[in-house]
Ligand binder design. Structure first.
Ligand SMILES: [Zn+2]
Length: 316
Protein backbone atom coordinates (compact mmCIF):
# COMPACT_ATOMS: atom_id res chain seq x y z
CA UNK A 1 0.00 0.00 0.00
CA UNK A 2 1.19 3.48 -0.79
CA UNK A 3 1.52 6.17 1.85
CA UNK A 4 -1.33 8.44 0.85
CA UNK A 5 -2.23 11.73 2.50
CA UNK A 6 -5.68 13.22 2.86
CA UNK A 7 -6.06 16.93 3.37
CA UNK A 8 -9.42 17.66 4.91
CA UNK A 9 -10.44 20.26 7.46
CA UNK A 10 -13.94 20.82 8.81
CA UNK A 11 -13.39 24.54 8.47
CA UNK A 12 -13.60 24.09 4.68
CA UNK A 13 -17.35 23.76 5.28
CA UNK A 14 -17.50 27.32 6.64
CA UNK A 15 -17.29 28.76 3.14
CA UNK A 16 -21.02 29.14 2.54
CA UNK A 17 -22.52 29.68 -0.87
CA UNK A 18 -26.20 29.96 0.05
CA UNK A 19 -29.23 27.78 -0.65
CA UNK A 20 -29.42 26.12 -4.05
CA UNK A 21 -25.82 26.84 -5.01
CA UNK A 22 -24.21 23.75 -6.57
CA UNK A 23 -20.86 24.28 -4.84
CA UNK A 24 -22.32 23.56 -1.42
CA UNK A 25 -20.50 22.49 1.71
CA UNK A 26 -22.54 19.27 1.59
CA UNK A 27 -20.30 18.06 -1.26
CA UNK A 28 -17.31 17.88 0.99
CA UNK A 29 -19.12 16.74 4.13
CA UNK A 30 -20.69 13.81 2.28
CA UNK A 31 -17.43 12.86 0.60
CA UNK A 32 -15.57 12.90 3.90
CA UNK A 33 -18.28 10.82 5.48
CA UNK A 34 -18.00 8.24 2.69
CA UNK A 35 -14.24 7.94 3.34
CA UNK A 36 -14.94 7.52 7.03
CA UNK A 37 -17.68 4.91 6.54
CA UNK A 38 -15.40 2.92 4.25
CA UNK A 39 -12.78 2.76 7.01
CA UNK A 40 -10.23 4.62 4.91
CA UNK A 41 -9.36 7.39 7.36
CA UNK A 42 -7.33 5.05 9.57
CA UNK A 43 -5.23 4.04 6.59
CA UNK A 44 -4.51 7.55 5.38
CA UNK A 45 -2.17 10.19 6.73
CA UNK A 46 -4.58 12.92 7.77
CA UNK A 47 -3.39 16.44 7.13
CA UNK A 48 -4.90 19.47 8.85
CA UNK A 49 -4.83 22.81 7.15
CA UNK A 50 -2.96 25.89 8.28
CA UNK A 51 -3.42 29.22 6.50
CA UNK A 52 -0.91 30.04 3.80
CA UNK A 53 1.35 33.02 4.00
CA UNK A 54 0.03 35.67 1.66
CA UNK A 55 3.28 35.72 -0.31
CA UNK A 56 2.34 32.44 -2.01
CA UNK A 57 -1.06 33.75 -3.10
CA UNK A 58 0.74 36.82 -4.44
CA UNK A 59 2.81 34.63 -6.74
CA UNK A 60 -0.37 34.03 -8.74
CA UNK A 61 -2.91 36.73 -7.88
CA UNK A 62 -2.80 40.51 -8.10
CA UNK A 63 -2.90 42.53 -4.87
CA UNK A 64 -6.11 44.08 -6.17
CA UNK A 65 -7.84 40.72 -6.49
CA UNK A 66 -6.69 39.58 -3.05
CA UNK A 67 -7.80 42.85 -1.46
CA UNK A 68 -11.21 42.86 -3.18
CA UNK A 69 -11.91 39.30 -2.06
CA UNK A 70 -10.91 40.05 1.53
CA UNK A 71 -12.94 43.25 1.58
CA UNK A 72 -16.05 41.63 0.09
CA UNK A 73 -15.98 39.00 2.84
CA UNK A 74 -15.37 41.55 5.58
CA UNK A 75 -18.31 43.63 4.35
CA UNK A 76 -20.41 40.47 3.92
CA UNK A 77 -21.32 41.46 0.36
CA UNK A 78 -22.63 37.96 -0.42
CA UNK A 79 -20.98 37.67 -3.82
CA UNK A 80 -17.85 38.69 -5.64
CA UNK A 81 -18.44 40.12 -9.13
CA UNK A 82 -21.00 37.52 -10.18
CA UNK A 83 -23.81 35.51 -8.59
CA UNK A 84 -21.78 32.33 -9.28
CA UNK A 85 -19.20 33.52 -6.78
CA UNK A 86 -21.19 33.43 -3.57
CA UNK A 87 -19.24 34.28 -0.45
CA UNK A 88 -19.79 34.34 3.28
CA UNK A 89 -17.79 36.29 5.87
CA UNK A 90 -15.39 33.36 6.35
CA UNK A 91 -14.74 32.61 2.68
CA UNK A 92 -11.49 34.58 2.38
CA UNK A 93 -9.96 32.91 5.43
CA UNK A 94 -11.12 29.49 4.28
CA UNK A 95 -9.60 30.03 0.83
CA UNK A 96 -6.28 30.90 2.52
CA UNK A 97 -6.65 27.80 4.67
CA UNK A 98 -7.27 25.57 1.65
CA UNK A 99 -4.13 26.83 -0.08
CA UNK A 100 -2.11 26.53 3.13
CA UNK A 101 -3.24 22.93 3.53
CA UNK A 102 -2.25 22.14 -0.04
CA UNK A 103 1.23 23.63 0.45
CA UNK A 104 1.67 21.56 3.63
CA UNK A 105 0.65 18.48 1.65
CA UNK A 106 3.21 19.30 -1.05
CA UNK A 107 5.93 19.52 1.61
CA UNK A 108 5.12 16.01 2.83
CA UNK A 109 5.20 14.55 -0.68
CA UNK A 110 8.38 16.32 -1.76
CA UNK A 111 10.15 15.34 1.47
CA UNK A 112 9.20 11.73 0.74
CA UNK A 113 7.03 11.33 3.84
CA UNK A 114 4.07 10.59 1.57
CA UNK A 115 3.88 9.01 -1.87
CA UNK A 116 0.83 10.91 -3.01
CA UNK A 117 -2.19 12.75 -1.63
CA UNK A 118 -5.72 13.93 -2.18
CA UNK A 119 -6.67 17.44 -1.10
CA UNK A 120 -10.40 17.58 -0.35
CA UNK A 121 -10.67 21.36 -0.36
CA UNK A 122 -13.20 24.10 -0.91
CA UNK A 123 -13.45 26.56 -2.56
CA UNK A 124 -12.24 25.08 -5.86
CA UNK A 125 -9.67 27.00 -7.89
CA UNK A 126 -9.11 26.28 -11.58
CA UNK A 127 -11.36 29.03 -12.98
CA UNK A 128 -9.78 31.79 -10.86
CA UNK A 129 -7.55 34.08 -12.91
CA UNK A 130 -4.80 36.24 -11.53
CA UNK A 131 -7.05 39.29 -11.37
CA UNK A 132 -10.55 37.91 -10.98
CA UNK A 133 -12.69 35.19 -9.47
CA UNK A 134 -14.77 33.01 -11.76
CA UNK A 135 -17.01 29.95 -11.61
CA UNK A 136 -17.04 29.39 -7.81
CA UNK A 137 -13.25 29.91 -7.68
CA UNK A 138 -11.35 32.69 -5.84
CA UNK A 139 -7.73 31.56 -5.49
CA UNK A 140 -6.27 29.19 -8.05
CA UNK A 141 -5.18 26.39 -5.73
CA UNK A 142 -3.36 24.30 -8.30
CA UNK A 143 -1.53 27.30 -9.78
CA UNK A 144 -0.26 28.40 -6.37
CA UNK A 145 0.80 24.80 -5.75
CA UNK A 146 2.84 24.73 -8.97
CA UNK A 147 4.59 28.03 -8.14
CA UNK A 148 5.31 26.79 -4.63
CA UNK A 149 6.87 23.55 -5.88
CA UNK A 150 9.16 25.56 -8.09
CA UNK A 151 10.17 28.30 -5.70
CA UNK A 152 10.20 26.47 -2.39
CA UNK A 153 11.47 23.12 -3.60
CA UNK A 154 13.35 23.89 -6.83
CA UNK A 155 11.15 21.63 -8.93
CA UNK A 156 11.87 22.51 -12.55
CA UNK A 157 8.97 20.93 -14.41
CA UNK A 158 5.43 20.65 -13.04
CA UNK A 159 2.75 18.79 -14.97
CA UNK A 160 -0.89 19.69 -14.35
CA UNK A 161 -3.69 17.38 -15.49
CA UNK A 162 -7.18 18.85 -15.27
CA UNK A 163 -9.99 16.36 -15.86
CA UNK A 164 -12.84 18.56 -14.63
CA UNK A 165 -15.63 18.73 -17.22
CA UNK A 166 -14.92 22.45 -17.62
CA UNK A 167 -11.78 24.05 -18.93
CA UNK A 168 -9.44 25.48 -16.30
CA UNK A 169 -9.24 28.87 -17.95
CA UNK A 170 -7.50 30.37 -14.94
CA UNK A 171 -4.74 27.80 -14.76
CA UNK A 172 -4.18 27.97 -18.51
CA UNK A 173 -3.97 31.78 -18.50
CA UNK A 174 -1.55 31.85 -15.56
CA UNK A 175 0.94 29.48 -17.24
CA UNK A 176 0.27 30.32 -20.89
CA UNK A 177 3.76 31.71 -21.48
CA UNK A 178 5.54 29.40 -19.06
CA UNK A 179 7.49 26.43 -20.47
CA UNK A 180 8.14 25.02 -16.97
CA UNK A 181 4.51 24.22 -16.15
CA UNK A 182 2.66 21.97 -18.60
CA UNK A 183 -1.10 22.45 -18.43
CA UNK A 184 -3.21 19.66 -19.88
CA UNK A 185 -7.00 19.79 -19.78
CA UNK A 186 -9.67 17.43 -21.04
CA UNK A 187 -13.13 18.96 -20.99
CA UNK A 188 -16.44 19.28 -22.73
CA UNK A 189 -16.73 21.66 -25.63
CA UNK A 190 -19.05 23.24 -26.36
CA UNK A 191 -20.28 23.10 -22.81
CA UNK A 192 -23.06 25.63 -22.32
CA UNK A 193 -20.08 27.63 -23.66
CA UNK A 194 -18.64 27.77 -20.12
CA UNK A 195 -16.03 29.10 -19.65
CA UNK A 196 -15.61 29.12 -23.45
CA UNK A 197 -11.81 28.76 -23.46
CA UNK A 198 -9.68 25.66 -24.00
CA UNK A 199 -9.89 25.08 -27.73
CA UNK A 200 -7.44 22.68 -29.31
CA UNK A 201 -5.53 25.49 -31.04
CA UNK A 202 -4.70 27.07 -27.66
CA UNK A 203 -1.21 25.62 -27.24
CA UNK A 204 0.64 28.26 -25.25
CA UNK A 205 2.27 31.55 -26.20
CA UNK A 206 5.89 32.64 -26.69
CA UNK A 207 8.27 30.52 -24.63
CA UNK A 208 5.21 28.63 -23.37
CA UNK A 209 4.21 27.45 -26.84
CA UNK A 210 3.72 23.69 -26.77
CA UNK A 211 3.23 23.54 -23.00
CA UNK A 212 -0.54 23.95 -22.98
CA UNK A 213 -2.70 21.19 -24.40
CA UNK A 214 -6.46 20.82 -24.57
CA UNK A 215 -8.47 17.73 -25.49
CA UNK A 216 -12.09 18.34 -26.36
CA UNK A 217 -14.96 15.98 -25.66
CA UNK A 218 -18.31 16.50 -27.34
CA UNK A 219 -21.56 16.60 -25.38
CA UNK A 220 -22.75 13.04 -24.82
CA UNK A 221 -19.32 11.43 -24.99
CA UNK A 222 -18.05 9.20 -22.20
CA UNK A 223 -15.40 6.75 -21.06
CA UNK A 224 -14.19 5.49 -24.44
CA UNK A 225 -13.64 8.91 -25.98
CA UNK A 226 -11.95 10.09 -22.82
CA UNK A 227 -9.54 7.14 -22.86
CA UNK A 228 -8.79 7.65 -26.53
CA UNK A 229 -7.99 11.34 -26.08
CA UNK A 230 -5.75 10.82 -23.05
CA UNK A 231 -3.81 8.15 -24.93
CA UNK A 232 -3.54 10.31 -28.03
CA UNK A 233 -2.69 13.62 -26.33
CA UNK A 234 -1.62 13.44 -22.70
CA UNK A 235 0.59 10.34 -22.63
CA UNK A 236 2.98 11.41 -25.40
CA UNK A 237 3.04 15.00 -24.12
CA UNK A 238 4.11 13.95 -20.62
CA UNK A 239 6.52 11.35 -22.00
CA UNK A 240 8.38 14.19 -23.64
CA UNK A 241 7.88 16.85 -20.89
CA UNK A 242 8.78 14.48 -18.03
CA UNK A 243 7.13 16.34 -15.14
CA UNK A 244 8.96 16.01 -11.83
CA UNK A 245 5.68 16.27 -9.95
CA UNK A 246 2.13 15.80 -11.25
CA UNK A 247 -0.67 17.96 -9.91
CA UNK A 248 -4.22 16.92 -10.70
CA UNK A 249 -7.18 19.27 -10.91
CA UNK A 250 -9.66 16.57 -10.00
CA UNK A 251 -13.17 17.56 -11.01
CA UNK A 252 -15.89 14.95 -11.05
CA UNK A 253 -18.58 16.85 -12.94
CA UNK A 254 -18.08 14.84 -16.15
CA UNK A 255 -19.94 12.01 -14.43
CA UNK A 256 -23.12 10.96 -16.18
CA UNK A 257 -25.24 11.83 -13.10
CA UNK A 258 -23.80 15.32 -12.80
CA UNK A 259 -26.02 18.11 -14.14
CA UNK A 260 -23.15 20.51 -14.68
CA UNK A 261 -21.99 18.88 -17.90
CA UNK A 262 -23.34 16.77 -20.73
CA UNK A 263 -20.52 14.27 -20.50
CA UNK A 264 -21.23 10.68 -19.56
CA UNK A 265 -18.21 9.34 -17.74
CA UNK A 266 -18.86 6.46 -15.37
CA UNK A 267 -17.02 5.42 -12.24
CA UNK A 268 -15.03 3.01 -14.44
CA UNK A 269 -13.86 5.88 -16.61
CA UNK A 270 -12.76 7.94 -13.62
CA UNK A 271 -10.94 4.94 -12.15
CA UNK A 272 -9.18 4.31 -15.46
CA UNK A 273 -8.02 7.95 -15.64
CA UNK A 274 -6.58 7.85 -12.13
CA UNK A 275 -4.81 4.53 -12.63
CA UNK A 276 -3.16 5.89 -15.78
CA UNK A 277 -2.17 9.14 -14.03
CA UNK A 278 -0.49 7.14 -11.29
CA UNK A 279 1.36 5.16 -13.94
CA UNK A 280 2.51 8.42 -15.53
CA UNK A 281 3.66 9.63 -12.11
CA UNK A 282 5.57 6.40 -11.50
CA UNK A 283 7.18 6.61 -14.89
CA UNK A 284 8.19 10.26 -14.90
CA UNK A 285 7.72 11.79 -11.46
CA UNK A 286 9.02 9.29 -8.94
CA UNK A 287 5.37 8.56 -8.11
CA UNK A 288 4.79 12.09 -6.82
CA UNK A 289 1.20 13.07 -7.50
CA UNK A 290 -1.03 15.46 -5.59
CA UNK A 291 -4.68 15.57 -6.52
CA UNK A 292 -6.74 18.66 -5.67
CA UNK A 293 -10.53 18.72 -5.74
CA UNK A 294 -12.20 21.04 -8.26
CA UNK A 295 -15.83 20.44 -9.35
CA UNK A 296 -18.26 17.57 -8.95
CA UNK A 297 -21.77 18.50 -7.94
CA UNK A 298 -23.86 15.36 -7.87
CA UNK A 299 -24.34 14.71 -4.18
CA UNK A 300 -25.27 11.16 -5.12
CA UNK A 301 -22.24 10.36 -7.28
CA UNK A 302 -19.47 12.50 -5.77
CA UNK A 303 -18.90 10.65 -2.46
CA UNK A 304 -18.39 7.30 -4.22
CA UNK A 305 -16.20 8.84 -6.92
CA UNK A 306 -13.96 10.43 -4.30
CA UNK A 307 -13.85 7.20 -2.35
CA UNK A 308 -12.71 5.30 -5.48
CA UNK A 309 -10.21 8.05 -6.27
CA UNK A 310 -8.60 7.81 -2.84
CA UNK A 311 -8.57 4.00 -2.91
CA UNK A 312 -6.70 4.08 -6.21
CA UNK A 313 -4.16 6.54 -4.79
CA UNK A 314 -3.61 4.13 -1.88
CA UNK A 315 -3.43 0.95 -3.91
CA UNK A 316 -0.23 -0.71 -5.02
ZN1 LIG B 1 -16.37 21.86 -13.56
Amino acid sequence: MRRTGLLYDERFLLHRTGPGHPESHDRLALAHNALKEAGLLEKLTLIEATPTRLKWIERVHSPRHIYRFEEACMLDLGELDHPDNQISPDSYDIALLAVGGILKTLDLVVKGQLDNAFCAVRPPGHHAESNRPLGFCYFNNVAVAAKYLQEQWGIQRVGIVDFDAHHGNGTQAIFLEDPTVFYYSIHEHPSFSYPGTGRDFERGVGAGEGFTLNSLMLPGQGDEECKRLLQRDLFPAFASFKPEVILVSAGFDAHTDDDMSNLNLTSHGFAWIMERLLELAREHSNGRLISILEGGYSLKALPDLIQDHVKILMSK
